[in-house]
Design a protein around this ligand. Structure first.
Ligand SMILES: [Zn+2]
Length: 337
């Protein structure tokens, strides 16, 4: 039987995006696959009174079970209230939906927002598929994110060798004909912890750390000129903090030359019409770094709470930092009491 997200206490993304664009900040979209990640996201966003988007990929849905995920999202709303956030704004969003059937199933299962990613299809097919999802989702007041342009990198089942920047001349036609509520664009962000090849980067002469090429803000500007005030989404926006990479590498891990998007550039993007910034890899890195540290220091530890707990603490720290210092979404709930 179908369930509405409204009955679960969730919200769609329409109002939070409108306020984010007008206020010059961005809403965090954090992926989750397990309880500790969800606890960390809700703890950080509730404490800082930030609206938040819980993202579930097709892979996460297969990993954790869709029914369980839905109840976890419902539980997240109640947990936020318990943490003193009386009017939380939490969206449950499908990340990279790849078919009408998957999007429909999420809408029917209580998701408040879905992405249909037809970006790898020919333009007209992307439009047809996206429009079909929008027509279904809007009957239930579920918001829809579309995508134009291709990001490089690997994210669950989404793999692309090369990126193709979004063509600003297509965005009006695409958004008008599909009716999407927001648009993911490609301006140089990338999925995964290896966003750029070393040959695309320069090396900091002092630290030896890779410095990635800058995002294409000129394309973002052109898109904003074509679509004034329209909600824009950035995928693949982890920064791959060097401290986590070092923690992992110094405890037996192997992540050579992992590189992300500098936070400075995301701060700049958050002030524009970019109103949703997707962060997944950073949380995976924090989780792995903390677990590795426990194993390295206490090889006899075998209680999962003793290593998942520290992982959760490090993720809380990460999410708070993103909300406050990068996206600027703290104290932005419509009702702060
Ligand atoms: Zn993505």
């Amino acid at each position: 039987m179908a369930v509405s997200y409204k009955d679960l206490g969730l919200v769609n993304t329409r109002e939070m995006f409108k306020r984010a664009i007008n206020g010059g900040y961005a809403i965090p979209a954090f992926n989750f696959n397990n309880m500790e990640q969800l606890q960390a996201i809700i703890t950080a966003s509730s404490k800082l009174k930030s609206p938040v988007i819980l993202q579930v990929s097709k892979g996460a849905r297969n990993y954790a079970n869709q029914t369980l995920l839905r109840y976890m999202a419902q539980g997240a709303v109640e947990y936020a209230k318990e943490l003193g956030c009386n009017h939380p704004e939490i969206a449950l969003h499908l990340d990279h939906g790849d078919s009408f059937e998957l999007c429909k199933s999420c809408v029917d299962m209580g998701f408040s927002s879905v992405m249909i990613d037809g970006s790898s299809l020919p333009y007209e097919e992307n439009i047809a598929l996206t429009k079909k999802v929008v027509e279904y989702a809007h009957q239930f007041d579920v918001t829809v994110e579309g995508e134009l342009g291709v990001l490089a990198g690997v994210e669950d089942e989404v793999v692309a060798e090369e990126s193709h920047y979004t063509r600003p001349e297509e965005v009006i036609d695409f958004t008008k004909r599909t009716g999407v509520d927001s648009l993911a664009i490609s301006i140089g962000t990338s999925h995964g912890a290896y966003k750029f090849k070393p040959e695309q980067c320069t090396r900091d002469p002092k630290t030896g750390v890779l410095v990635p090429p800058p995002l294409a803000f000129d394309i973002l500007d052109d898109i904003m000129k074509e679509l004034p005030g329209f909600p824009i989404v950035l995928h693949g926006s982890s920064s791959v903090p060097q401290e986590y990479v070092d923690m992992i590498n110094s405890t037996g891990g192997k992540l050579p030359d992992a590189v992300g998007i500098p936070e400075e550039q995301l701060r700049k993007a958050a002030k524009s019409a970019v109103c949703k910034i997707n962060i997944d890899s950073d949380s995976r890195l924090a989780f792995t770094a903390a677990v590795r540290k426990v194993f390295a220091e206490k090889p006899g530890e075998f209680d999962p709470r003793k290593y998942c707990g520290p992982a959760r603490d490090l993720m809380i720290e990460l999410y708070e930092h993103k909300i406050k210092e990068v996206l600027g979404s703290d104290n932005k709930l419509a009702q702060l009491d």
